[in-house]
Design a protein around this ligand. Structure first.
Ligand code: SAM
Length: 350
């Protein structure tokens, strides 16, 4: 449907351009714009005092759509989301848009239409070793706590909830293997970090975005500008191997690197909506949920944190990032480490 709507937008655009040469703009008042005025795109078009009934109706439909986005995906309505939606739909014939919003309201969040929309609204910004202080704290404080907790079971289960394109999952897996080597539970063999007999690391990455998950599974990253490697420490480089990409898929001048098999084989990726109150996994030892709850309102954050607590084993560790408040303290004991807060799951049942 989005594709059909885009086709409709394109033809509406063509018709508008043709009409514009003979008639006043459909978007604003009948007065021609002053040459210095900003182009009538995004919010500027809708916050002008002389709003047309078209733009008011569009804004109303967009508000309805934003409410649907928040209910289904947690992403709170805001200027950024509104701007993106205005940009997508501003030239849409109103009747088509109204019918579409109505049909969307009747669909579940798993419907392909919502999926297409959410791909356009989510922010996938991430990179390796995103927060070095946190990564140091993970190696020096959190991993020793977890290895001590799991020395009888000999396995670590890790979940990156909202893993985007996978960098966080590979960071966590690599950190776990390095901590195991330090503790004598893994060794370096022919350049690979190999767990000692009986030991295992299982890392699970989930996200709402299928596009992001495809990149995560492919595990191939380019070294362009502010991309995945903008902050890569030297000792992180052993995790990668050079890879050649077919010229049709490669960007000129960019080198590509793939996560090595011995790290990839510990990982798995799946689509999961954080709004679901049933976790996709249980008994997790380490859960990272960073740079996503900032897009949610407090009641949604609280529901997500409760779901994460449900997924965790007693003694397991939750990391939310420094800017997100713990809203379900009944299930956790707080620790303040050198790289920020972390939370140890207690025995309280949910
Ligand atoms: C900014 S990235 C954070 C990536 C990584 N955790 C990090 O800190 O680098 C936020 C991710 O949250 C995902 N996301 C947003 N809403 C979601 C939801 N309701 N359920 C699951 N993932 C969601 C987005 O698709 C995006 O990939």
């Amino acid at each position: 449907m989005l594709t059909q709507m885009r086709t409709a937008v394109d033809s509406a655009r063509a018709a508008t351009t043709a009409a514009a040469t003979a008639a006043p703009s459909m978007m604003g008042s009948s007065k021609p714009s002053a040459p210095s005025e900003a182009p009538m795109t995004g919010m500027t078009a809708f916050h002008k005092p002389a709003e047309s009934s078209h733009s008011r109706a569009l804004l109303q439909l967009i508000n309805e759509l934003m409410a649907g986005v928040e209910t289904r995906f947690g992403i709170k309505p805001g200027t950024l989301v509104e701007r993106k939606l205005v940009r997508i739909f501003k030239d849409m014939p109103m009747d088509t848009l109204r019918d579409w919003v109505e049909s969307m309201n009747a669909c579940s969040p798993d419907h392909s239409e919502w999926q297409s929309l959410v791909e356009n609204l989510t922010v996938h910004e991430t990179y390796f070793c995103r927060d070095p202080d946190l990564m140091n704290m993970l190696g020096d404080e959190i991993m020793p706590h977890l290895l001590n907790l799991r020395k009888a079971q000999k396995q670590l289960q890790i979940w990156s909830a909202a893993s985007s394109t996978g960098e966080e999952v590979y960071d966590l897996t690599f950190s776990a293997l390095r901590a195991m080597q330090k503790a004598g539970y893994a060794r370096l063999f022919e350049g690979k970090l190999v767990p000692e007999a009986g030991w295992g690391v299982f890392s699970f990455g989930t996200d709402i975005s299928n596009q992001a998950l495809r990149t995560a599974k492919a595990a191939i990253y380019g070294d362009l500008g502010m991309g995945s490697f903008r902050n890569l420490p030297d000792d992180w480089k052993t995790m990668f191997e050079d890879v050649k990409i077919a010229p049709a898929n490669a960007m000129p001048g960019v080198n590509y690197f793939k996560i090595r098999e011995w790290v990839r084989q510990c990982t798995r990726f799946e689509r999961f909506n954080l709004m679901n109150n049933r976790p996709p996994v249980m008994g997790m030892d380490l859960v990272f949920c960073r740079n996503v709850l900032i897009y949610f309102e407090d009641p949604v954050k609280k529901a997500v944190q409760t779901m994460l607590a449900r997924a965790m084993a007693p003694g397991g560790v939750l990391v939310l990032g420094a800017s997100v408040q713990m809203l379900v303290p009944a299930y956790f004991e707080s620790r303040l480490g050198k790289g920020g807060p972390w939370y140890v799951r207690n025995d309280t049942r949910i």
